[in-house]
Design a protein around this ligand. Structure first.
Ligand code: E4P
Length: 230
């Protein structure tokens, strides 16, 4: 399973890249706004270069399908590891699957995003999306079970040999991470603060503290023994 970082913060990307944890990065307009990135092209190029050849997802910001296509083509021209995020429908409910198909047919990788159901995920796969983003937190917000949708989608993709990879995004809890990973997601895109939580455990801290303290005591005792022997 791959782990992507769901952020545009360069220092966080460097931190987790240096630990060998991340296989890619995802962003969306809200993340860029929250992280203070105002120049999309400059931010995308910086992150894409930093993580190259790992993929960086950059989302189009439009409701018009032709404008989505235009933005998608432009973003992908910035660097060869940029994946274009196209929502499965626009805000008026119009299908964006034709945009997914057209970009993929021209060799541009698409992350079909904002999918909240098994039905949307299977249509994204049929349209040829390289990645399908299922939003765990937002599925739960509506009373759905993200792990169940991930499991069904994975079984279906394997059954019919689709190339699409499931990315689980919208992670709000450590439970989202563990349950959707166990359900067979190909990729989890995780906000940095949840990676910090995932690696931590208070009993591990206690255990390490015990070993460090006992190690120091053992070393002190050894030094005393050497002194006595001299
Ligand atoms: C990632 O690709 C998604 O855009 C992101 O995880 C959405 O998260 P949110 O539901 O917390 O906005």
């Amino acid at each position: 399973m791959e782990i992507f970082l769901d952020t545009s913060k360069v220092e966080e990307i460097e931190k987790w890249l240096n630990q060998g944890i991340i296989d890619g990065v995802t962003t969306n307009p809200s993340i860029l706004l929250k992280d203070g990135s105002r120049d999309l092209k400059a931010s995308a190029k910086k992150i894409a270069s930093l993580i190259h050849p790992r993929p960086l997802s950059v989302e189009v910001c439009a409701n018009d399908l032709k404008e989505m296509l235009r933005q998608g083509r432009e973003f992908s021209s910035w660097l060869d590891n940029i994946v274009v995020k196209i929502p499965v429908i626009n805000e008026y409910g119009t299908s964006c699957l034709g945009v997914v198909k057209e970009l993929e047919n021209s060799g541009i990788k698409v992350n079909c995003t904002a999918c909240l159901s098994f039905g949307q995920a299977l249509l994204a796969a049929k349209a040829g999306a390289s990645y399908i983003s299922l939003f765990a937190g937002r599925i739960s917000d509506e009373g759905g079970d993200p792990a169940d949708i991930v499991r069904k989608t994975k079984v279906w993709l394997d059954m019919w040999n689709y190339k699409s990879k499931i990315i689980v995004g919208s992670i709000r809890t450590i439970g989202d991470i563990q349950q959707t990973a166990a359900a067979g997601a190909h990729v989890l895109t995780i906000p940095p603060e949840f990676l910090s939580k995932l690696v931590d455990h208070k009993y591990t801290r206690f255990t390490v503290q015990q070993f460090v303290n006992d190690g120091k005591k053992a070393l002190e005792a050894e030094v005393e023994l050497v002194k006595v022997a001299q």
